[in-house]
Design a binder for this molecule. Structure first.
Ligand code: GLA
Length: 394
């Protein structure tokens, strides 16, 4: 049985404070293999849930108070379900947004006690926020038998972030949090919301994350700006081609044709998204044939597009991707997630991980004057209830 430190801590703190047995839920972080900034353009993504996770311990109350304890922030809040206000503290908003969305959707439930915490690094682009949102939505659905389907939980968690936190994120992070599965990537069609599992279990191949430890303050404002730019691109395309409702419907030819009307910035954004969708399709085909070299090349191409066309990379990310590109044991690398900091994702021979990691850390520190981190990650199950005798669902 795998019992992680975070799980034990959360469970123990819950028992110490509330003196009863909680419902325990594990909610994972995520990686994205390829398909960046395509989700809100109703295209395709290829993420996976990982072993790093947030653990929730929850139990019902008889009044309508929610007492929420954040182990990582060493802080507690008390709120009343029908009087929710945005918190100046920041961290509670990911949870309050979920309670708010459940209430708006007409679900009624009493107050609850909750202790949560985990080992997903914050600001590293591994979706700790989606893990908090989707994890709480899942926990409350189970605790109060609300009967909400998995896809509805995903939408509620996404809306919590869009409306309460104020980041207009797409659906990828919350979706893979709930639907992720061990040793499988999840190819999501962000328009139909259908998915397909793509097996990912290659002998002697590791998924390595290099964390720049840069967490850029521009991330959410620039993210919302990219969404606006894409929407502008769609309205220009649509003025000529009525059947185009999102960049998912556009081809490279139509984008090129409208280049002058779009201007340089909008053109580059649209071109990147159309090409990135195509890379997801080609990437899945390569993985199904076991062709990691081709997949790796697509990762490098994706990075180049994110850097030079979508303008969401930064010096530290570019440096690490270039470093990976000079090592033949590495199949591919690229920046991952929204951008402006966080991690690069690397596919590499397991035997080379340690040596490459040491080289990268030394080179990075001497170039940027601060340390980076490295995580070797594994693909794990999506959010689920933990039982005492659970045998390593992760
Ligand atoms: C963030 C968002 C996702 C997605 C990625 C970029 O992680 O939360 O919805 O848009 O950025 O691919």
């Amino acid at each position: 049985m795998i019992v992680t430190k975070s799980r034990e801590t959360v469970e123990q703190i819950f028992r110490d404070i509330f003196g009863c047995d909680p419902l325990l839920v594990r909610s994972p972080g995520r990686v994205n293999m390829i398909g960046e900034h395509t989700d809100y353009n109703l295209g395709f993504v290829l993420p996976a849930a990982i072993e790093k996770a947030i653990y929730f311990a929850v139990s019902p109350r008889t009044d309508d108070t929610c007492r929420i304890v954040s182990v990582d922030m060493n802080d507690t809040i008390d709120v009343t379900i029908r009087q929710l206000h945005k918190s100046p503290k920041g961290w509670p908003n990911y949870l309050l947004g979920v309670i708010d969305q459940l209430s708006c959707a007409g679900y009624s439930f009493p107050g609850f006690n909750c202790v949560f915490g985990g080992d997903i690094p914050i600001g590293a682009g591994l979706s700790s926020s989606a893990a908090v949102e989707a994890g709480l939505a899942f926990s409350l659905n189970h605790l109060f038998s609300l009967g909400i389907s998995h896809i509805e939980l995903v939408k509620i968690a996404q809306k919590a972030e869009n409306e309460f936190v104020g980041v207009k994120c797409g659906i990828m992070d919350q979706y893979v949090n709930i639907f992720g599965a061990r040793d499988r990537l999840l190819k999501i069609d962000c328009r139909s919301l259908e998915y397909e599992y793509i097996p990912f279990a290659f002998d002697n191949v590791s998924i390595v994350l290099l964390d720049t430890c840069v967490s850029h303050s521009l991330a959410s404002s620039e993210y919302n700006q990219r969404r606006k730019e894409c929407a502008e691109g769609v309205s220009i395309l649509r003025s000529e081609y009525g059947a185009i409702h999102s960049l998912r419907d556009a081809t490279l030819d139509t984008v090129r044709e409208m280049r002058t009307r779009m201007g340089d910035v909008i053109f580059r954004r649209c071109k990147f998204v159309v090409e990135e969708n195509d890379r997801v399709a080609r990437g899945c085909a390569a993985l199904q044939e076991g062709d990691l070299r081709t997949f790796g090349q697509l990762m490098y191409q994706a990075h180049e597009g994110l850097r030079s066309e979508y303008d969401v990379s930064c010096r530290e990310l570019d440096y690490l991707v270039a470093l990976s590109g000079s090592h033949s044991d590495i199949y591919g690398a690229r920046m991952m997630g929204g951008g402006f900091g966080g991690c690069t994702i690397n596919l590499m021979d397991t035997g080379a991980v340690e040596r490459f990691g040491a080289t990268a850390m030394e080179a990075f520190t001497s170039t940027f004057g601060h340390e980076m981190k490295m995580y070797v990650t594994t693909i794990s199950a999506g959010t689920h209830v933990l039982t005492n005798d659970e045998h390593a669902a992760i």
